[in-house]
Design a protein around this ligand. Structure first.
Ligand SMILES: Nc1nc2c(ncn2[C@@H]2O[C@H](COP(=O)(O)OP(=O)(O)OP(=O)(O)O)[C@@H](O)[C@H]2O)c(=O)[nH]1
Ligand SMILES: [Mg+2]
Length: 191
């Protein structure tokens, strides 16, 4: 799949503010700072389209992007972000859960996990929650440039064994990984 254009549509605090499109939607989920917004920018090949930051907690709303009038990316706030009050975190969690469970056009959740570290408990819990709710998903082993080339396969196999989901390696600095990812998106778009 060749992507030629992408545009920001809107930032929505919760599902009821999300406009409806007759297009398949992919939501990015994962811990804060794992690279969800950077992933979107790489796939659509537009630097800065989704806002990124060195500090966790950058994405605070449901940000929707139209890609080639073919599908929608929903950039979501990360989990595991410590610097918010319990009340704010609970509200985010409720809003996100409601979006993930009730967004009709959602065809797949793309869960990003950090290749540099073993899976964290909240990654595993999130994956179990997705499976429990019968939501389609695959996993991206993110920041793969940060581990040795010789370890890439082993890390992906390990994630796959633990999560029982397809795992694709990715880093924002090497387009080599994009083909498998866009092929995967296309499978969901066409099904
Ligand atoms: N080395 C490396 N750094 C990356 C990669 N992807 C993202 N980063 C860096 O990781 C940081 C966080 O990236 P974001 O894309 O903002 O992460 P996010 O998951 O959207 O974070 P939140 O919005 O806070 O949940 C930024 O400093 C990025 O430059 C990657 O593939 N390799
Ligand atoms: Mg983000």
């Amino acid at each position: 799949m060749r992507i030629t254009k992408a545009k920001f549509i809107t930032s929505a605090p919760s599902l009821k503010e999300c406009p409806e499109f007759n297009l398949p939607e992919f939501a990015l989920i994962g811990r804060s700072n794992v690279g969800k917004s950077s992933f979107i920018n790489s796939v659509v090949n537009i630097k800065g389209l989704a806002k990124t930051s060195n500090t966790p907690g950058k994405t605070k709303l449901i940000n929707l992007f139209n890609v080639d009038d073919k599908f929608i990316f929903a950039d979501l706030p990360g989990y595991g972000y410590a610097k918010v009050t319990d009340k704010t975190r609970n509200q985010w969690q409720k809003n996100l859960e409601n979006y993930l469970l009730n967004r009709k056009s959602l065809v797949c959740l793309i869960q990003l996990v950090d290749s540099r570290h073993p899976l964290q408990e909240n990654d595993i819990l999130m994956n179990q929650w997705i499976k429990y709710n019968n939501l389609p998903t695959f996993v991206i082993a993110a920041k793969i440039d940060q581990i040795k080339r010789s370890q890439i396969n082993g890390v992906c196999i390990n994630f796959k064994n633990i999560l029982n989901s397809d795992v694709l390696p990715f880093c924002k600095t090497d387009n080599y990984y994009l083909k498998n990812i866009t092929d995967k998106l296309e499978e969901y778009i066409n099904s």
